[in-house]
Design a binder for this molecule. Sequence first.
Ligand SMILES: [Zn+2]
Length: 382
Amino acid sequence: MAAPVNAHSHAFQRDIRGRTQTRPTSRPGADFWSWRHEMYARALSYDPDGLYRASLACFGEMRAAGWGSVGEFHYLHRDPDGHRYDDPLVLSDAVIEAALAVHLPICLLYVAYATSDVDGAPLGPDQRRFRSDTLDEVVHAVETLRQRWAHDPRVSVGVAPHSVRAVPEAWWTPLAEAAEALDVPLHAHVSEQEREVERCVEVHGCRPVRFLADRGVLSPRFTAVHATHLSHREIGLLAEAGAHVCACPSTERDLGDGVLPARRLSAAGVPICLGSDSHTLLDPWEELRLPEYHLRLIERRRIVLGEDQDGVTRWAPAALRSATRAGGDALRTGAGRVDVGAPADLVSIDLSHPALRGWDRDHFAEIVAVAARGGVAEPLAL
Ligand SMILES: [Zn+2]
């Protein structure tokens, strides 16, 4: 079958897997914001070779798990002191080269990152490696990467304004226009945390999706990553624009973000793709079943998502589409489908695996959706 498309990744975050699962007992709780503090500390540690090796470990496991291509939301741009490297794109290249070393096609989503809050507050010291000084710097980086990697069909590039927290208000419309002019995907984190929504309302008088809609950001080339906290009106805006949503359910449960409103999004016709984001685990089968399972726990009923097929509601075919072609559409690579002209990123399913024993054609989609698991990487010489 077409290999699953991992539409949202931060490869280096695999390095903190299992290292953010404790908290000082004196602290009442841990959350996304305390996790982010720990993640920033790791982000300060890499030189270009170290980032290559961290990315290689992540992408090697990703490839073996069954993901066939990746959208890497890349925001490590500067050296550990916050200065530009002689080649300002050396870290982007390191990530791309790591993906290619394990034969994983990559869409490098080059991130614009310039503020620490919705009100335009300056970056904190631990965000110094992410900084883009100007809008032109971001657009120039995307253009340069495109030209630099134009010879390799496994590499594509996109524009990624990080979030309403990290991108100045005046940059959104030009970044959307640049993505349009270059005909590349446009991805942003949207409403992962309630605090982001509250700050957007305080500063701009509207919720994040409305803010983006009013600046011409929403379109079929736009993907809202996470989109955990959406109003009905925001879902309508995404649907009207033909935009995608990228759910990262294993990360969202790890970070306590919230649950994707997948039933309301699907009812509105918003395509949902999937990403493993922080790589707490790397398994496309786990990601594709979680949106359904999370809603079961909340709504205390079964077969929450899905579509009618001859009088039977089935959730697995739509989940498989989320894992495959929806990701290829969101990254605009054409991956995730078996079709003439589409990239031949395929994955095989071992029907003799004990987890699938007893499979039959009528229930195959459901059997793999609930029970399949990713493969295991060969040891990499790192
Ligand atoms: Zn992310």
